[in-house]
Design a binder for this molecule. Structure first.
Ligand SMILES: [Zn+2]
Length: 168
């Protein structure tokens, strides 16, 4: 699951020693293990967010357990050994059972509260029939230019807006 961005790392992942603050050459301070000579940058972890469109429609999803009524886009963490593009292809298969093509990067968005860097893509598919994973409560195609049921100003809403600008 997502890591809370407020938590600072205290101990070295490699040797277990308590970390210290180290001032780097650019005067920034980061947690540091003296024994391993390793700097722990508090970098966001990468995740993908994917807008799939087909014939003027976009694919929206709702995860199990969402309390609000908004929909979202396919999303998930980039796993070890994977590129962001591979993660996008895998998530599309896992979440809704579709193969995608024409995968294009749109940009990146920072989800500060979750210390996650969302890498946004758009892609197309030939498959209309969806097969939902257990993580999803629902998935459906929506007309792109209708008002979409996305949370205003959410990263999903920004991604759709950016993709619509491109499509014109
Ligand atoms: Zn260490």
């Amino acid at each position: 699951m997502f890591r809370n961005g407020c938590e600072k790392m205290k101990y070295c992942n490699l040797c277990g020693r308590e970390l210290m603050l180290k001032t780097l050459l650019d005067d920034s301070e980061e947690m540091y293990c003296e024994k391993c000579d390793y700097v722990y940058f508090d970098s966001p972890s990468p995740a993908i967010i994917l807008l799939v469109h087909e014939d003027g429609r976009v694919l929206l999803t709702r995860s199990v357990g969402w309390k609000h009524t908004y929909w979202g886009l396919i999303a998930g963490h980039v796993k070890t050994g994977e590129t962001a593009e591979e993660a996008a292809v895998r998530e599309a298969r896992e979440e809704v059972g579709i193969d995608i093509y024409n995968l294009t990067i749109l940009g990146t968005y920072l989800h500060k509260a979750r210390n996650t860097l969302m890498i946004a893509f758009m892609a197309e598919t030939n498959v209309s029939q969806l097969s939902l994973s257990k993580e999803l409560e629902n998935a459906a195609w929506f007309q792109l230019y209708d008002p979409l049921p996305l949370r205003p100003h959410s990263i999903a809403a920004q991604v759709v807006k950016q993709a619509s600008t491109r499509a014109r």
